[in-house]
Design a protein around this ligand. Structure first.
Ligand SMILES: [Zn+2]
Length: 230
């Protein structure tokens, strides 16, 4: 489960970070911020894996637009309060769940993680439970599916959407058409064969059928991105 450590040259890193901080300050969108009365008005609550290769920037500029909740394996139950804050208090009309190919949390969850620290075990137990739930729903054996990481990532996204929709407050928002829950799979590794870093719509409000998603005319560009691993 551990990664090869990469040796960073910290003095160089700090030097390189400074222009980024300065650019953030220089480009701070004060006019828009003031217009919003210095409040936050994100349009999307994004639950994504904290994998550094999955960037919330895929939704464009994130400032005051994306309420981002990140944890390993993009688990609703490991950050339930934060997600609900975005939906019930910030009233974002979009709830996006983004999983990705070669997810380390999924790999860990289907391996032996008993020697990890308690807090990590707790979060991985949730990931494993989500995978189990997804496999049961799709009548797949988790042990047999463990080698297909992208497939598990897709099932994991489905499970998160399902759990979200079972929450009474979330369900009510969806039923009132005040919220759309969209499951995405970020194909970092070109598993679909259409290129590295493509974003696919795999689930909309619990609908997983690709043709049914493609028939939707109210989710903009997410419609054309409908595609699932078989
Ligand atoms: Zn991940």
């Amino acid at each position: 489960m551990s990664h090869e450590p990469v040796k960073f040259d910290l003095p160089t890193l700090f030097q390189e970070l400074e222009p980024s901080l300065a650019a953030f300050e220089k480009n701070f969108p004060l006019a828009e911020f003031a217009q919003a009365n210095y409040q936050q008005h994100p349009f999307a609550t994004l639950l994504t894996c904290c994998d550094s290769r999955v960037s919330p920037n895929m939704l464009g500029d994130t400032f005051n637009r994306v309420f981002c909740v990140e944890n390993i394996g993009n688990q609703f139950r490991n950050s339930e309060g934060s997600v609900l804050y975005g939906l019930l208090h910030l009233h974002t009309p979009l709830m996006l769940v983004a999983g990705h190919s070669e997810c380390g949390a999924i790999k860990a969850a289907v391996s032996d993680y008993a020697a990890e620290p308690d807090a990590l075990i707790k979060e991985l137990n949730t990931v494993k439970d989500s995978l189990q739930q997804g496999c049961t729903a799709s009548k797949i054996d988790l042990a047999a599916a463990s080698s297909d990481q992208a497939q598990l990532a897709q099932l994991n996204v489905d499970t998160q959407v399902e759990i979200l929709l079972k929450h009474p407050d979330v369900r009510q928002l969806v039923d009132k058409q005040e919220l759309v829950v969209i499951g995405l799979l970020v194909d970092l590794h070109n598993v679909f064969g259409e290129g590295y870093g493509r974003v696919y719509t795999v689930n909309v409000n619990g609908v997983k059928d690709v043709d049914a998603i493609k028939a939707k005319d109210d989710i903009g560009g997410f419609t054309a991105r409908a595609r699932r691993l078989p």
